[in-house]
Design a protein around this ligand. Structure first.
Ligand SMILES: Cc1cc2nc3c(=O)[nH]c(=O)nc-3n(C[C@H](O)[C@H](O)[C@H](O)COP(=O)(O)OP(=O)(O)OC[C@H]3O[C@@H](n4cnc5c(N)ncnc54)[C@H](O)[C@@H]3O)c2cc1C
Length: 287
């Protein structure tokens, strides 16, 4: 049987020449990504920035000349990068020196400690030593760990260069020296591959914004268009988390199709006595 004819959607948001699909279609647009325009380097090369703008190009077009689609310029574009950039790095290590030393330093075996922040390091480095294996198909005896610098525009204390201009080897050396693993440095460097990643928009979800800068999951009047992801406003939800993006999709689909359960209320930890007590214990040093 031939499929039913598709009728163009007369949507008030469409301009002459725009085609948004047919009445039977539901269009969900991820309006941007924290990973937009990321680039990777290697042990011997720093990542080269590549400004494509592809991740938010559709949002930019939708928002042009309209007020109810938010404002992508608050989050994306070269003016945002200085406040939004992190350099992250992933280390693959076939040796045991690093795992042994970090376990001895922190008192936690791999994957059992939290994020470790070297708060006095010039780049303000944080490290996460995963529960192994972290990657599907990771060979036994290989350890994967990850880190990032919040201030990649500052000079490292040991390598004396901006983090965003460093190779993977330089970032690894700076990190190991910050940890005072000087004696094990050569062995760890020899058994490790450190891949740096330039992420110009990773922090943009926490930049100052005003009401209306992020559009709602379903713009007013839209009947088959949902906006989803981190750059969509959901009252009381926190930016950054996977839960936040999933909720925008759930909300958009629920509002557009008008069926199925509504998303559950957003958890409000600040009113949860147990969460508050647990937090207090951490600050008091007894958690
Ligand atoms: C370093 C880092 C650490 C994180 N840690 C955590 C954590 O511990 N816990 C947590 O909850 N969240 C964490 N997050 C956040 C989490 O990754 C995001 O909340 C989540 O990935 C957002 O999902 P999304 O689908 O909205 O967008 P994304 O996962 O960013 O997906 C967007 C997709 O769109 C694609 N895309 C871009 N442009 C185009 C185009 N023009 N055409 C087609 N496709 C395109 C991209 O390739 C990408 O696949 C972290 C994020 C980063 C960067």
């Amino acid at each position: 049987m031939a499929p039913p004819a598709r009728r163009e959607l007369p949507d008030r948001h469409l301009r002459p020449g725009d085609r948004l699909g047919a009445v039977a279609d539901l269009v969900l647009v991820t309006t941007g990504s924290q990973a937009a325009d990321f680039s990777t380097g290697s042990m011997t090369e720093a990542p080269s920035p590549r400004a494509s703008g592809r991740a938010w190009a559709l949002w930019e077009r939708l928002a042009q000349g309209r007020t109810d689609f938010g404002n992508p310029d608050v989050f994306f574009g070269s003016a945002r990068i200085p406040d939004s950039l992190w350099v992250t790095f992933t280390v693959t290590d076939t040796g045991t020196e690093f795992s042994n030393q970090i376990a001895a330093l922190t008192g936690s075996e791999s994957g059992r400690g939290g994020l470790l922040t070297l708060k006095d390091s010039g780049w303000v480095l944080s490290l996460s030593v995963f529960h192994q294996p972290e990657i599907i198909g990771q060979p036994p005896g290989t350890t994967v760990w990850w880190g990032y610098g919040l201030y990649p525009d500052r000079n490292g204390d040991f390598v004396g260069k901006r983090m965003d201009q460093c190779t993977g080897a330089e970032i690894l050396e700076e990190t190991l020296r910050q940890l005072r693993f000087d004696k094990q440095l050569d062995a760890i460097m020899a058994s490790s591959i450190c891949v740096p990643c330039y992420m110009p928009y990773v922090n943009n979800i926490w930049l100052p914004r005003s009401r209306g800068n992020k559009p709602p999951p379903v713009p007013e009047g839209a009947t088959n268009l949902g906006l989803i992801g981190q750059y969509v406003e959901v009252p009381r939800e926190i930016a950054f988390t996977i839960e936040c993006s999933a909720r925008t999709a759930w909300e958009a689909i629920h509002r557009l199709l008008k069926r199925g359960p509504a998303p559950p209320p957003v958890y409000q930890g600040q009113y949860d006595p147990k969460a508050l007590f647990d937090t207090l214990k951490v600050f008091a040093g007894i958690g």
